[in-house]
Design a protein around this ligand. Structure first.
Ligand code: ZN
Length: 132
């Protein structure tokens, strides 16, 4: 059980809402700048003024390098919202301990405590055969 106060969760949630809007503004303007052909491929029959969720679903199917990072960010936010709903937000998914509020303030979509995150990145770097 996460020990975050409701007020802290609300605050972090507001930060994520703001980031969500910003990411989608960016995604929409990037998609708008793709040029007609790529835009058609990216959006299919869907209009660009569709809802955020529908847009995310549509764009998830494509592999557009330009917006990949934005998509990853909004997916992370969607996942964090899911954890808030489930009551597991603020708990490390690896060791189950509380993620420090200071870390969440800097990184509201964090899934892991700082120790597990370091461990995770270390393992990932190794698996990819590099040591950065
Ligand atoms: Zn942990």
């Amino acid at each position: 059980m996460s020990r975050l106060a409701q007020q802290q969760i609300d605050h972090l949630s507001a930060i994520m809402d703001e980031r969500w809007s910003r990411e989608f503004n960016e995604i929409r303007s990037l998609v708008a700048g793709l040029g007609e052909e790529r835009q058609r491929i990216a959006l299919g029959e869907r209009a660009a003024d569709t809802s955020d969720e529908a847009l995310l679903e549509t764009l998830s199917a494509i592999d557009e390098a330009l917006i990949r990072q934005n998509l990853q960010d909004v997916r992370d936010i969607a996942a964090a919202r899911g954890r808030i709903k489930a009551g597991t937000y603020g708990e490390c998914i690896d060791c189950g301990s509380d993620i420090r509020y200071e870390r969440l303030l800097a990184y509201p979509t964090a899934k892991r405590c700082i120790d597990c995150q370091r461990e995770h990145e270390h393992r990932k770097a190794r698996a990819e055969g590099r040591a950065d």
